[in-house]
Design a protein around this ligand. Structure first.
Ligand SMILES: C[S@@+](CC[C@H](N)C(=O)[O-])C[C@H]1O[C@@H](n2cnc3c(N)ncnc32)[C@H](O)[C@@H]1O
Length: 319
């Protein structure tokens, strides 16, 4: 494992700690994240907490709308899943898809499996009926949930591991990549996106990552990450809405729409946003706006039967 890959994997610790800080303050409910935390959760600034709220809420809304639309007859594949808990949050509300697959580097997968095995709260939701959980420590499979190891830069590895998850090529499938593709060079993410587009007839891709990285704020973000030994190899795609859209269209997806997180934030129901904003006093709104202008959500789709995937995700829906 290279030093750079170790630094990339460490971004999962950052994401987990930031999410835990916001959860502890009451930004959203997550009864499962605590099991992935070792040690003390340091307090983050209000703009970071609000930024994570927008990210987690938007991904949750999209996943729930997707599972609802297909009445659970669908699949979710989370690439670069880290210690994300979306599967458990959906399942606890009765909105789990027919199959849920998580993929990450082997070391992250081993750690996640080890946490799962120690925790009945995490293990028991994995079983659909009377099926068994099989795990060799490097992967875990149940009838409902699969956790597998692959380097996303190696499409053959991704293909082999996903084949073991017994997904159906005809069920609608949602891919989620939350701060992941940016660690791959465009020459590495393009074959991956092409391969994933070709795997399923009807599919959606939700990608959360940086945007507007060419401006001064973006350059400072990049410099900070370089200092930490974790350069953003895919940054050239993270410039504008057009660069994000184009990458999916070049990879064989029908089309893509992009929202900055500032746009997503202001689409959330006003009452919900007010409640969240009351959690912590914060009057430096420009700071939050600037941060949210540097992240975006892209929704790309492949919809040969015209079942309305283009307009499926609505961030304004109160849930
Ligand atoms: C910033 S973390 C985000 C984790 C999770 N998606 C979340 O939002 O909480 C990025 C994750 O992508 C994974 N990742 C990045 N590049 C990868 C690659 N080439 N193969 C497999 N996983 C990768 C990292 O190991 C890490 O878990």
């Amino acid at each position: 494992m290279s030093v750079k890959d170790l630094a990339i994997q460490a971004t999962n610790d950052d994401a987990t700690i930031c999410k835990a800080c916001a959860v502890n303050l009451g930004y959203w409910k997550d009864d499962f994240l605590q099991y992935f935390i070792k040690g003390k959760v340091s307090r983050k600034s209000p703009e970071i907490n609000r930024g994570y709220y927008a990210r987690v809420r938007a991904v949750y809304l999209a996943a729930k709308q997707f599972v609802k639309k297909f009445e659970k007859e669908c699949q979710i594949v989370s690439i670069g899943c880290g210690f994300d808990t979306l599967f458990w949050r959906l399942k606890s509300e009765g909105w789990e898809p027919k199959s849920y697959v998580e993929v990450d580097f082997i070391d992250i997968v081993r750690k996640k499996i080890s946490v799962l095995k120690k925790c009945p709260m995490l293990m028991s939701p994995l079983v659909a009926s009377d099926d068994e959980i099989c795990s060799d420590g490097k992967s875990l499979h149940s009838g409902l949930y699969h956790l597998v190891a692959a380097d996303l830069r190696q499409v053959d590895q991704v293909s082999r591991e996903m084949a073991g998850c017994k997904l159906s090529s005809s069920l609608p499938t949602l891919f989620i990549a939350e701060c992941v593709l940016v660690y791959l060079k465009p020459a590495e993410s393009l074959p991956l996106l092409k391969f994933l587009a070709g795997m399923f007839e009807t599919c959606i891709f939700l990608n959360y990552e940086q945007i507007n990285m060419g401006d001064r704020f973006g350059q400072i973000m990049l410099e900070n990450l370089e200092v930490r030994g974790c350069p953003l190899a895919g940054v050239e795609v993270c410039m504008t809405k057009e660069t994000h859209e184009r990458r999916f269209e070049e990879a064989g997806w029908d089309k893509a729409n992009v929202w900055t997180m500032n746009e997503v934030y202001h689409l959330f129901a006003a009452s919900e946003r007010r409640e969240m904003e009351n959690i912590e006093f914060f009057d430096e709104i420009e700071l939050l706006t600037q941060l949210l202008e540097h992240y975006c959500i892209t929704i790309a789709w492949k919809d040969p039967k015209n079942i309305g995937l283009e307009n499926l995700v609505q961030f304004c829906t109160p849930m």
